[in-house]
Design a protein around this ligand. Structure first.
Ligand SMILES: [Zn+2]
Ligand SMILES: [Zn+2]
Length: 382
């Protein structure tokens, strides 16, 4: 709970409050008028963060709406920041770059050659999104995605390994001009959105899969229960109807009519119950951008010559000293989640295998990086 306490203390201090830490899990807050009004607190408030809450204190926890209320105080502050990070001690560059590349590159239809390695800086954009899925239950989660803006590589995994290290580095360095220049410019909104959306979509689906599986199981169970209940009622009625079929007379005729009406009512009720289930289990998913961090980090940059038929192209791939790992090669069409890349004939784009697949309509293979919108032969949209 101390992280929450520190966050609240920091936030309130920035809003002009005077803070006193009385015990490890409490704070005494002397709040200015605007803050008192926003939070509905007295002039001197005692906040408690522990499990034991003393009388007269305001209990602050992750449950309830406190985080939303503190979020309102923050508004858009802290949504975007930039930071320069260096390893605490010098890290030697890889002694055998070709071996590093050999592990990272898998190009079934092209050859590559290592051309050189140099120390430089790059800029990695780290983006956090919150997704919320609501059906009969609710699931929330955070998704982090990261791009190396100089090489175009997806570096979510590298940044995930870096995050604990970042949290332990108390000093926050803003990048200086020389490092900014070495790292190069950022991306404009359109190319970023084009890379981001399919990845985010995939990640949300991945993260929600256990939730969806459990939801489908509950839905299945409820549907079976509703079905078997109504099926029993209906079978009993149909049996009675069959028994009445051979009987004559007015009484039997009235019974038959009543039983027929009952079967119709059971069927109607069954359909209504299914509609209820459908409404109850309808899934609504929202994804919201929470935070962006521009990280300026040192790298060893590999230049790699790619050859396919008569074409040649040099691509860049970074080795990150902070986690002592190379990033995956860039992927110019498709998610590029593993390291296999196919190289296209015309522009030597690197794509994942699906990025060079045959057109679903006419069967002609084509490069989705050359033709992102539609098949060049039959114009069928991708
Ligand atoms: Zn086609
Ligand atoms: Zn291409």
């Amino acid at each position: 709970m101390s992280e929450l306490r520190e966050f609240v203390a920091d936030l309130l201090e920035r809003q002009g409050a005077a803070i006193e830490a009385l015990a490890p899990d409490s704070l005494e807050v002397l709040a200015p008028a605007t803050l008192r009004k926003q939070l509905g607190w007295p002039e001197l408030a005692h906040l408690s963060f522990g499990t034991e809450r003393a009388h007269g204190t305001i209990a602050i926890g992750l449950e309830g709406d406190w985080l939303d209320r503190f979020g309102t105080l923050l508004a858009d502050e802290g949504r975007w920041s930039e930071r320069e990070v260096r390893p605490p001690a010098a890290v030697l560059p890889p002694s055998d770059p070709e071996r590093v590349l050999d592990r990272m590159l898998d190009l079934p239809n092209a050859v590559w050659r290592f051309q050189g390695m140099s120390a430089t800086w790059t800029r990695c954009l780290m983006l956090a999104f919150r997704f919320t899925a609501v059906s009969d239950e609710k699931r929330e989660g955070l998704i982090w995605l990261g791009f190396n803006l100089a090489t175009g590589a997806l570096v979510s995994d590298i940044l995930a390994r870096l995050r604990p290290t970042l949290a332990q580095m108390p000093d926050w360095h803003v990048p200086d001009l020389a490092i900014r220049q070495a790292a190069g410019p950022g991306w404009s909104a359109a190319p970023l959105a084009a890379r981001l959306h399919p990845l985010l979509d995939w990640q949300v689906r991945e993260n929600m899969e256990p939730f969806l599986r459990a939801m489908r199981r509950r839905l299945e169970r409820d549907r079976n229960r509703v079905h078997s209940y109504h099926d029993d009622l209906r079978s009993a009625s149909l049996k009675r109807l069959a028994a009445l079929a051979r009987a004559d007379g007015e009484r039997a005729e009235a019974d038959r009519r009543r039983e027929t009406l009952r079967v119709e009512a059971i069927e109607r009720e069954y359909r209504a119950k299914l509609d209820d289930l459908r409404r109850n289990y309808a899934l609504r998913v929202t994804v919201e951008w929470v935070q962006a961090l521009d990280l300026y980090v040192p790298v060893q940059r590999f230049e790699v010559l790619i050859r396919r038929r008569k074409g040649e192209r040099v691509v860049r791939l970074d080795w990150h000293p902070l986690v002592r790992a190379a990033e995956p090669p860039l992927c110019e069409a498709g998610l590029g989640l593993d390291r296999v890349r196919l190289v296209c004939d015309d522009k030597l784009h690197l794509t994942d295998p699906a990025g060079q697949a045959p057109c679903v309509s006419c069967g002609k293979p084509f490069c989705r990086a050359c033709f992102p919108a539609a098949c060049p032969r039959c114009r069928q949209a991708n």
